[in-house]
Design a protein around this ligand. Structure first.
Ligand code: FE2
Length: 297
């Protein structure tokens, strides 16, 4: 018996009554998928999943991506991207620790950006009884719906460029700055020239219609959008800053406080998300799977 409990005003729901370690029958899967698209972010508590079970469940939604950062993939499971601040026996990071510094949508810089991401929490840092490392999600569909009509019409004609290269260089510079200031303990790999060259910049529409729900949303984000086309960089920066502030207002945001055994999925076409780095050096370990979405226009 599946129960769906809405948490946030515009997004976020808990689904209970489902054991994701078992294959779901078609009817149960259809209910889960409907709840997912309706609520944009859903989570299941108290799951016990092997990597293979996580892969099998998320594969029901489509083709899984292997992340461009090979060093952060789980050994034996290329589809699992490891998010962690833990180190291996040689003192090397076992996963990506910096993912989610900026508001972003996963793999939005690809020609076929991610449709959904699923994050399974294995180790959650807790201090004084409070879980750290919350993840925040903002509904770009709710944010779009709340815009004045004149702004909606203006944005309908606009396009933006998503650049993995600019994102990685910006992110790495921020990391190095933190290391210099002594507020960071994990040394991560610098992006390699091959990685930077492997994902070309992609230009796409600003207002994107969701392929399933048909809701319109804003497909721009602080992490990956380098600029709006057809205007100066200064004009673009100013308009983007205004739109980012609009999207991330509290009424459009759901913040997730993690527990071990959570499987949380979000719709990368409808929401953007941001991590919180308030727990280092307490260990955190999460496995992510990512389902490829349709091509951008
Ligand atoms: Fe992310």
């Amino acid at each position: 018996m599946i129960t769906v409990t809405r948490i946030g005003k515009h997004l976020g729901a808990e689904i209970s009554g489902v054991d994701l370690s078992q294959p779901l029958d078609d009817d149960t899967f259809a209910q889960v998928a409907k709840a997912f698209f309706d609520n944009e972010v859903v989570f299941f508590r108290n799951q016990k999943l092997t990597p293979a079970q996580q892969v099998a469940f998320t594969r029901r939604f489509g083709i899984l991506e292997a992340h461009v950062r090979k060093e952060s993939r789980l050994g034996g499971h290329d589809e699992i991207f490891v998010l962690s601040n833990k180190l291996d026996a040689n003192g090397r990071a076992i996963g990506a620790q910096d993912a989610g510094r900026y508001w972003h949508s996963d793999l939005s810089y690809k020609r076929q950006p991610s449709m959904l991401s699923a994050l399974y929490s294995i180790e959650v840092p807790v201090k004084d009884g409070v879980a750290l490392g919350n993840t925040y999600f903002a509904s770009t569909t709710a944010a779009y719906a709340a815009l004045p009509d004149a702004m909606k019409q203006r944005l309908e004609r606009m396009r933006n460029v998503h650049s993995y290269r600019e994102y990685r260089l910006k992110n790495y510079a921020a990391q190095q700055d933190e290391e210099r200031r002594g507020i960071r303990t994990v040394q991560e790999h610098a992006p390699t020239p091959e990685q930077l060259a492997s994902v070309p910049d992609t230009e796409m529409e600003v207002v994107r219609t969701h392929p399933v729900t048909k809701r319109k949303g804003l497909f721009i984000n602080e992490g990956h959008t380098s600029h709006l086309t057809g205007m100066s960089r200064a004009e673009s920066d100013a308009l983007l800053a205004e739109l980012y502030a609009h999207i991330t207002q509290p009424e459009f945001v759901y913040g997730h406080s993690w527990r071990e055994g959570d499987l949380l999925m979000w719709d990368n076409i409808a929401v953007q998300h941001k991590a919180t780095f308030d727990y280092d050096p307490l260990p955190r370990l999460m496995y992510r799977t990512t389902v490829r979405g349709p091509a951008v226009v």
